[in-house]
Design a protein around this ligand. Structure first.
Ligand code: NOJ
Length: 470
């Protein structure tokens, strides 16, 4: 295998981020078994990632374009269903070979791989046994993680145990818009807990195996704001911060699930799966860094009335403005009218990234990577070059926030654009585009850089000199 040369580990990482299911395609190739997403999307006749960006066949081209676009790091995930064949834990050599080729291509191009071990594509054979509601999945995950460290650890030095466990459990078990499509608070708590336990178990395996490098977790980060400075709002803020952030960040970084959160949950949920032995595993295995995916802040006010309601806009402009979050007894989300929003109701608020980085740095004092940031847009990609000025403006403001936090003393080590090329956006399909490179899904999946691709290249090459922050 090739080793990486010429890259200084102190360099700021400027990269692009993807996820296996969202880009690879090749769903029946190379001995890959089914993931829960294949089954869920096929059964419900929904747009799927069978082909996606066909990265499985075109990864060389994609990585070359990243390199030519100035990027020095690629954050991608490994598909568990490509690597582990069955519940017995047998390794699929063809899957390992595929990722060996992909990692080697990164190194050949001087691109540092940052590898996510789990980005939502759980093997269906585990989902059938309860998925993340079953502690056996934590054991299976640890075995899978060890296989990854063993096979790829000679070249991969930056690992993430999980991508967005909060988002995964909320969508799959509370909102029900992602597989397995349940709406159950107890299940949400159980699955969230087991994912955080599995993360700690993998960190333990990484440490005891003596692998070289850093292991962290990637969180869907939503810094919490309130409409006023009343004590009621401060309480609502704490509830929301526990709900959105602390459950993941405290647990991973401090080794402790917030006590006040547990106290609240215990009023209505069974927490007996949290055994003293497993809590000790969580406590002694903290991460080396925190990966923050930032899209928007959340603003909240004290809970007033109504049942717990979680409405996510997966329909874009047809449903603009319908998003809503109420957590009964805890808080309600407020959507400031004066703010700008995308067609999918994501508020555009770069200050949240600046302030959020400061908060996370001051609280945990761990290195931070901005592991995702970007904007979903409708785009006509039949043209030669998409003039995505809105994306450029969005990235400019957010990169400015990152650089400002870094200059202010926060240890931020990298920024990853979501995404280096267009991808399949889960329930939002391929019409919600995030890429710096357009993929023409109608015409042989041809790749064509957008204006933002060249703009990002200039940002990287000039170390952000032309960033305006406006
Ligand atoms: C979060 C997730 O990690 C990724 O899978 C998703 O597509 C993007 N953000 C965009 O919403």
């Amino acid at each position: 295998h090739k080793r990486q040369e010429g890259l200084n580990v102190n360099d700021f990482l400027w990269g692009g981020a993807t996820a296996s299911y969202q880009c690879e395609g090749g769903w029946q190739e190379g001995g890959r078994v089914e993931s829960m997403w294949d089954v869920y999307l096929h059964e419900n006749h929904l747009e799927n990632g069978d082909v996606a960006s066909d990265h499985y066949h075109r990864f060389r081209e994609d990585i070359r374009m990243m390199k030519e676009g100035g990027q020095n790091s690629y954050r991608f995930s490994l598909a568990w269903p490509r690597i582990i064949k069955n519940r017995e834990g047998e390794v699929n050599q063809e899957g390992v070979d595929f990722y060996n080729r992909l990692i080697d291509a990164c190194l050949e191009y001087g691109i540092t791989p940052m590898v996510t071990i789990f980005h939502w594509d759980l093997p269906q054979y585990l989902e059938e046994k309860g998925g993340w509601l079953n502690r056996d999945t934590c054991v299976a995950y640890t075995h899978y993680a060890k296989v990854c460290f063993e096979r790829f650890g000679d070249r991969v030095k930056l690992w993430a145990t999980f991508n967005e466990p909060r988002y995964y459990t909320n969508s799959g078990y509370l909102i029900g818009n992602y597989p397995p499509g349940h709406q159950d608070i107890q299940e949400t708590v159980t699955a969230s807990y087991y994912m955080m336990l599995a993360s700690a178990m993998a960190v333990e395996a990484f440490r005891t195996g003596g692998y070289d490098g850093q292991i962290g977790i990637v969180h869907s980060f939503s810094p919490v704001y309130t409409t006023d400075t009343s004590v009621e709002s401060a309480i609502a803020r704490r509830f929301a911060d526990n709900f959105y952030n602390n459950w993941i960040l405290d647990t991973a970084a401090i080794g402790e699930i917030p006590g006040d959160l547990l106290g609240e949950l215990k009023k209505t949920c069974d927490l007996s799966m949290m055994t003293p032995e497993d809590l000790a595993v969580i406590r002694r295995n903290r991460v080396d860094y925190l990966g923050l995916n930032y899209y928007a802040r959340v603003m909240v006010k004290p809970y007033e009335s109504g049942e717990t309601t979680l409405i996510v806009n997966n329909q874009g402009k047809k449903a603009k403005g319908t998003s809503q979050t109420i957590i009964k007894g805890w808080f309600e989300q407020v959507r400031p009218e004066s703010s700008r929003y995308t067609e999918w109701d994501t508020e555009i608020f770069p200050e949240g990234l600046y302030e959020g980085i400061q908060q996370v740095w001051n609280k945990y004092h761990l290195p931070i990577y901005i592991t995702e940031n970007g904007i979903g847009l409708y785009e006509d990609t039949s043209v030669n070059q998409v003039e995505d000025d809105d994306r450029i403006e969005f990235m400019d403001m957010h990169i400015a926030a990152v650089l400002k936090a870094k200059e202010g003393g926060c240890d931020v080590r990298g920024y990853y654009a979501w995404s280096p090329f267009d991808l399949y956006s889960w329930k939002n399909g391929t019409e919600k585009r995030y890429g710096l490179v357009a993929i023409d899904y109608e015409n042989g999946l041809e790749r064509r850089p957008k204006k933002s691709y060249y703009w990002y290249k200039d940002v990287i090459e000039t170390d952000g000199k032309h960033i305006t922050g406006k």
